[in-house]
Design a protein around this ligand. Structure first.
Ligand code: PRP
Length: 187
């Protein structure tokens, strides 16, 4: 385990099992269809790559970025689309792939965004959910793991752009973010 981590919350094996189940759910739901899966960069990239390979369907991949955190740990408020999609989603079934639903603002913003772009349907698959942190009503259609409100890193999740490449999800030691003057209220 990385020395900046306090403990592993989800091991590689647990993540693999969760992703496999999510892939099977997508396979069942989208059999015979050709949805477009959207990766909300950057945190979702690792999950996205594994999830698509766990889903036995024809699927288009697209990418966008929405950000509300900047370099810190505390949400700055309304999320902004910082990178748009490559392709139109008009008339398409969209699968939005999220690493984490926290306050719920990103999810609400993106559901509205895809509706405005004329998507036929929007299905949200989230790796993690922190229901205790919600400030707006938001729910993924499929969630792999509900987790506690600790600062988590790994498997795509960062702190100040580090730790995304850890193969597990771990609780970050408080001293790491406290040193930067960041409070709790973690993601
Ligand atoms: C994170 C995460 C989600 C969002 C969830 O993105 O990837 O998209 O926050 O938070 P919310 O429910 O409070 O809206 P972040 O802005 O940290 O960007 P990143 O994925 O590039 O790290």
């Amino acid at each position: 385990m990385h020395s900046d981590c306090e403990r592993i919350l989800l091991s590689e094996a647990e993540l693999a099992a969760g992703v496999k189940a999510a892939g099977a759910w997508l396979t069942e739901k989208f059999r015979g269809a050709f949805p477009v899966a959207v990766c909300n960069l950057k945190g979702s990239a690792v999950f996205f790559a594994d999830l698509l390979r766990a889903a036995d369907i024809d699927v288009q991949a697209d990418f966008m970025a929405v950000s509300s955190y900047g370099a810190g740990t505390v949400s700055a408020g309304k999320p902004k689309v910082t990178r748009d999609l490559f392709s139109s989603v008009a008339g398409r079934d969209v699968i939005l792939v999220e690493d984490i639903v926290d306050t719920g603002r990103t999810l609400v913003t993106l559901r509205a965004f895809f509706r405005e772009r004329g998507a036929r349907s929007v299905t949200v698959v989230a790796l993690l959910d922190k229901p205790s942190r919600r400030v707006v009503e938001a729910k993924a259609d499929y969630t792999c793991f509900a987790v506690e409100d600790r600062f988590l890193v790994g498997y795509g999740l960062d702190y100040a752009e580090r730790y995304r490449n850890l193969p597990y999800i771990a609780v970050l030691k408080e001293r790491v973010y406290a040193a930067d003057g960041q409070g709790a209220g973690a993601r």
